[in-house]
Design a protein around this ligand. Sequence first.
Ligand code: KG4
Ligand code: ZN
Length: 336
Amino acid sequence: MQPVPVTEETLFLAIESSCDDTGVAIFRGPVLLGQLTAAQLEHAEWGGVVPEVASRAHQRALLPLVEKILSQTGTNKEDLAAIAYTRGPGLLGALLVGQQFAKGLAMALGIPLVPVNHMQAHVLAHYIKEPNPPFPFLCLTVSGGHTQIVRVDSALQMEVIGQTLDDAAGEAFDKCAKMLGLPYPGGPLIDRHAASGNPNAVAFPVADVAGLDYSFSGLKTAVLYYLQGKDSLYKNDRLDDICASVQHTIIKTLLKKLELAATQTGIRHVALAGGVSANKGLRLALKELSIKKGWQTYIPDFEFCTDNAAMIGMAGWFLMQAGIYGELTDEPLVRG
Ligand code: KG4
Ligand code: ZN
């Protein structure tokens, strides 16, 4: 399991299994040859991600996905030089499945492991395809599990300068959607309804948190109180307006701190990552703000924004170049 010298020709496999998407990717050096993602639909009926269901779904999906990506990219597994995988943060059981699979295959092939931090990988997803943001840049990572503002000084040197104290932005979208009777994950549905609604119809509060941190639990409570005593007829009637107002509040909250971070750091290159970056209102608002502020913005293709193995491979590539590998005795890092 000695690390090999990495070259632009080095072939390696990447695995993502931190939450409810099973992802595999093959890289040749820094170039993505292909990736596959299996989204777990099993959670919809429960209204949220069920950890044990996620672990078992990863177990079922992983081997066929790896076989498929090897064949799609014309790669022999014997030619793989390393395996990058998500070590954390994430759900323990889900991480264990990916890690154990990676360990087993690495042992069988006699190749090294490259443990990757999932949050750093979200940031480094910006290097899979051009345009790549120049260092230093700020990255707002917004998904179902994360809300962070990261100052990125190099591929391996980054600092979280702001983050949520409670719910993640995507979680806020999903929980508000659930109260409105929309199925999980509700974020994309709020986005769709918001397009025909009035964002100023209901004035939900923007949390007043110190510094660059976020809080979304107050919004959830405000929506709950707002809907109390209102029947489903009313909810249906006002659905577009309520969705537009919820979305407007989340976007306002996100961009307020991002603007403050840019002012404090003087950094003008701003990137977006995570599943919530698909939100049309957020994209538009960020575009408008960047024109006003003279920022350069970077938003990767959606397949690289949501949880995926290409970003794990990209991060793995930077780690391998720096000679940073893992051990067979490594355990998952649930908190990263
Ligand atoms: O990055 P991701 O696929 O998985 C993690 O949570 O790590 O993000 C999923 C989250 C969900 O909360 C989903 O509701 C949200 O991203 N999302 C959206 C949109 N598309 C996905 N939220 C708002 N608007 C969207 N268009
Ligand atoms: Zn993620």
